[in-house]
Design a protein around this ligand. Structure first.
Ligand code: 13P
Ligand code: SF4
Length: 308
């Protein structure tokens, strides 16, 4: 393991590569990454790096976003099969039809989408900036929001909007159950419930803090004296425990206690071995059709501008 880590560091230096990791990655990958963050921070980091190679330790759409922002760089992902059920719930051709059927609507898409969906989008958002960006439009703006019905429903509820929602969801966040959290709260009455807005509306209603991975982490770091129940992918606990070693973090249990469904199977596909191979062989490489990339880059850059 130590040899592998050393070999990765060596290759990274030789090739002027940067390793970006999402909070849902395996702990050992987060530990070796040059930068660990939420999906907004990963896009911001990709946009400003001067490395020749970006290794995106996350899922496919994160690699695509980096490639669209940096078309002249080589963008690698350790395992090309690292997809996203939420992105899969929004096929580009069906979404384009939906947009066409609603002329006069502004199209806001969550970053968890393919580049082809972003290509028919006016502005991209992440869970960190979704509320702020939606609120930058007039209250009566006609908006299509896709693909996450839970995040969209949450933004509608907190902003009093009536955005038209695409009916998509993430299989990890949808499985958390209100009943299990209520049971946990009985055992830990003082615990603060942190939830990602991809969870179902009923769960978000009982959460104390709703936010992206970065927002939930920031809250916990600012209040280390509390105890937490964390309703998002369990990988975030690695950084939470690292930054708050004396705080108790309880992962929200999966609805079915026989599975590890609070882990994203796609995110877990990336391993140190695959990271080493990918740096060594410079493959698998993310490619995006240049015509699609030309259209997709505008709403991504618009998001980066609005998030400054
Ligand atoms: P964040 O933007 O909060 O990191 O979320 C990414 C993601 O895939 C959530 O499931
Ligand atoms: Fe996609 Fe859900 Fe995995 Fe996030 S946790 S990458 S939304 S499948």
């Amino acid at each position: 393991m130590d040899n592998l880590k050393e070999a990765i560091k060596q290759l990274k230096k030789e090739k002027n590569a940067v390793i970006l990791g999402h909070y849902y990655q395996r702990g050992e990958i987060q530990d070796i990454a040059d930068f660990v963050g939420d999906s907004l921070a990963l896009a911001q980091w990709a946009a400003k790096t001067d490395a020749d190679i970006i290794v995106m330790c996350g899922v496919h759409f994160m690699g695509e976003t980096a490639k669209v922002l940096c078309p002249d760089k080589k963008v690698l992902v350790p395992d090309m099969a690292a997809g996203c059920s939420l992105a899969d719930s929004c096929p580009a051709d069906e979404f384009a039809e939906f947009v066409k059927a609603h002329p006069g609507y502004t199209v806001i898409s969550y970053v968890n989408t393919t580049a082809a969906v972003k290509a028919v989008t006016d502005v991209v958002v992440t869970s960190t900036n979704a509320r702020q960006i939606v609120e930058s439009f007039p209250q009566d703006e006609k908006i299509i929001f896709g693909p996450d019905r839970n995040l969209g429903g949450y933004i509608n509820a907190v902003t009093g909007r009536n955005m038209l929602l695409w009916n998509g969801a993430c299989h990890v966040h949808e499985q958390f159950s209100v009943e299990k959290i209520v049971e946990l709260k009985k055992e830990h009455p003082g615990a603060v419930v942190l939830a990602h807005p991809e969870c179902k509306g009923a769960l978000l209603k009982l959460a104390d803090v709703v936010g992206s991975t970065a927002v939930l982490l920031k809250y916990a770091v600012a209040h280390p004296e509390k105890e937490y129940i964390v309703a998002t992918e369990a990988g975030i606990l690695h950084e939470m425990r690292k930054q708050c070693p004396d705080t108790t973090f309880i992962p929200a249990p999966p609805a079915d206690s026989t599975c590890a469904c609070n882990e994203c199977s796609y995110m877990r596909l990336n391993t140190l071995e695959k990271l080493y191979d990918c740096l060594k062989n410079e493959t698998p490489e993310i490619t995006v059709d240049p015509e699609v990339a030309e259209k997709a880059v505008r709403p991504i850059k618009r998001m980066l501008e609005l998030s400054k």
